[in-house]
Design a binder for this molecule. Structure first.
Ligand SMILES: C[S@@+](CC[C@H](N)C(=O)[O-])C[C@H]1O[C@@H](n2cnc3c(N)ncnc32)[C@H](O)[C@@H]1O
Length: 401
């Protein structure tokens, strides 16, 4: 077992300095260094699958190393982001994107229009002060009307997303986003954020990739056959949701509302209910009625005493954990259908704690793999995750039988 290290270099913070990998932050993105190591160990021409795309770290790393990668996510914003990060950009695209973003910055400084379109995000005043909302709205109107190519507009969208978060009253803690109280920003702040963002985004876009092929697809990791065309992948490198009640939709909703991936609060809850480990809004109330399609004890009897211990404190949380493993089992069964025999699987995953009950997610995942058609399941400890001594991140590997 590798010695655990507690290093920001193996988390999303380590990704921020790395050109395209650092374009936008998603707290649970896994480390580029780790993915580079895993991709680097694969033979040339390996066909890689990442069934939980997130920000597209696996896709981009494969594109940088010249490997084919298909990645899947049920969040359309993340599918867009991953494809945008792994695209080839001509120098002219970067020049035009700069022109467009400078026009957006100029519009953000004006006093008119006084009522630009603003997204229907609940409680928008909590996110941005009114003058900032209007400056963002005026910048966005220029982007929405522009006639440039999709590549140019996508670069401008990334710059806009960076300005959105740069001007929002939020901070990112170790596990999730929270609101913070900001002083009112000067009216020129949005313009300065946009100008800075497009310089950084272009710096990454100008770095050539080594033949990216395949890409990110909208789909469900529990029914991969329906989403991926390629049916014989050679390797999986991924990081599934952890069983820790973190909601990606909750964290990503400012980007998603502005870019039109969410229109009403109900659609956010719907998407979270479909996500593995989803726990936000309607997802929580639906859990109370959820029943496992198959008794959990059949596949994972080891989970039963853990569920019983959690249920003593909260029936709802026990059900949450049971649904997580039911979904992961459905995922592994579906995954097996699209892998060739002998394909390798590498999962980065964290354990969790509910009250005083430790949930050994990595061990349970390894057992589920062994029982669902994978052999040689192995758990390696990568790093400690928090100040809590028992929480770690692991690499679980196996081979499809
Ligand atoms: C831990 S994140 C992946 C992070 C990624 N490795 C990165 O570097 O950004 C897990 C991802 O799984 C996605 N997800 C959750 N349930 C899913 C499902 N049923 N099918 C496909 N993707 C799903 C979430 O939207 C989230 O993006």
């Amino acid at each position: 077992m590798r010695e655990a290290v507690n290093s920001a270099a193996v988390t999303f913070r380590g990704n921020q300095a790395r050109h395209r990998h650092g374009w936008l932050r998603l707290t649970p993105a896994y480390s580029v260094q780790l993915v580079e190591r895993l991709v680097g160990e694969l033979p040339a021409r390996t066909r890689v699958l990442d069934p939980f795309c997130g920000t597209g770290t696996t896709l981009l790393t494969c594109a940088e190393q010249g490997l084919s990668c298909t990645t899947v996510d049920l969040n359309p914003f993340l599918v867009w982001l991953a494809n945008t990060k792994a695209r080839e950009y001509a120098s002219a695209d970067c020049t035009r994107a700069r022109t467009l973003v400078l026009r957006m910055a100029e519009a953000s400084r004006r006093a008119a229009p006084r009522d630009p379109w603003l997204p229907p995000i609940a409680n928008i005043d909590r996110w941005w002060h009114r003058p900032t909302q209007l400056a963002l709205g005026r910048a966005f109107a220029v982007l929405a009307r522009s006639q440039y190519s999709p590549a140019v507009r996508d670069l401008a969208r990334v710059a806009f997303c960076r300005a959105l978060i740069g001007s929002a009253n939020v901070s990112f803690g170790h596990q999730s986003m929270s609101f913070k109280v900001n002083g009112t920003l000067p009216t020129s702040a949005v313009a300065r954020l946009l100008e800075g963002a497009i310089s950084e985004v272009n710096e990454g876009a100008r770095v050539a990739l080594t033949k990216p092929r395949a890409g990110a697809l909208l789909g469900d990791a529990r029914s991969l056959q329906g989403s991926v065309k390629q049916r014989r992948f050679d390797a999986v490198i991924t990081s599934p949701p952890y069983c820790n009640r973190m909601s990606y939709i909750r964290e990503l909703r400012p980007y998603m509302y502005w870019l039109g991936h969410l229109d009403v609060p109900a659609s956010a809850g719907e998407l979270d209910w479909r996500a593995i480990g989803g726990t936000w809004g309607v997802a929580t109330s639906r859990l109370t009625r959820w029943q496992p399609p198959e008794p959990t004890a059949r596949l994972l009897p080891e989970l039963v005493p853990v569920l019983t211990a959690i249920a003593e404190r909260s029936e709802l949380l026990a059900r949450y954990v049971e649904r997580y493993f039911s979904d992961m089992a459905a995922h592994l069964a579906s995954l097996r259908q699209v892998l060739r025999s002998g394909a390798t699987a590498a999962y980065v995953i964290g354990n969790s704690k509910f009250f005083d009950v430790l949930l050994p997610t990595e061990q349970l995942l390894a057992l589920a793999m062994e029982r669902l058609g994978f052999a040689r399941a192995h758990v390696e400890t990568l790093r400690t995750r928090t100040s809590k001594a028992e929480l770690f991140e692991f690499l679980v590997t196996s081979v499809r039988r």
